[in-house]
Design a protein around this ligand. Structure first.
Ligand code: ZN
Length: 166
């Protein structure tokens, strides 16, 4: 999986230049192509996009993926508790939940999901951002251009029993 950090106001052009994947949209509700979830046009690769301030973090992968990003320290404990979550680092807990929700399409809390659980991995991209990616299988993160410090990190979420984390 490639993770790239780009300027939010030029995300589409930058992603195409850096990964070769053209970003489009597809609305799961009405089928329109001018809004909705980001998709890789003319490619079997999967895309997820998170905007945070002046940055956008884009994950391009061979498998379905959800990514979320927030500025470090952005989420307060109370805000996390308000959506039924907890964590020693509220921002980290928030982006992990958001990444998972983007993967499953169930939103932040993801209640009622009975299938296999997602693998959530922390990514360190620099730029003062807290980033997590969610996939159904453990993946190796690769720093795309613009993501200075992407580290392949230990999965932060629950890994299904009997499955290697790598
Ligand atoms: Zn629509």
């Amino acid at each position: 999986m490639d993770l790239v950090v780009v300027s939010a106001d030029a995300a589409h052009d930058a992603v195409e230049r850096l990964t070769g994947v053209a970003l489009g949209h597809h609305c799961p509700r009405c089928g329109a192509r001018d809004h909705g979830r980001p998709v890789a046009v003319g490619s079997s690769r999967h895309v997820s996009l998170a905007r945070s301030g002046s940055h956008a973090v884009v994950a391009v992968a061979a498998v379905p993926v959800g990514v979320d990003a927030e500025p470090a320290g952005r989420v307060e404990t109370a805000a996390l508790a308000a959506v039924g979550l907890e964590g020693a680092d509220p921002t980290r807990a928030w982006v992990r939940a958001e990444a998972r929700g983007k993967l499953t399409g169930e939103g932040l809390s993801g209640r009622g999901h009975h299938g296999p659980d997602a693998v959530v991995t922390d990514a360190h991209v620099g730029h003062g951002l807290v980033v997590a990616v969610a996939t159904w299988q453990p993946v190796r993160l690769r720093a795309g251009p613009g993501a200075r410090d992407v580290a392949a990190t230990d999965p932060a979420g629950p890994t299904p029993r009997g499955r290697s984390a790598r």
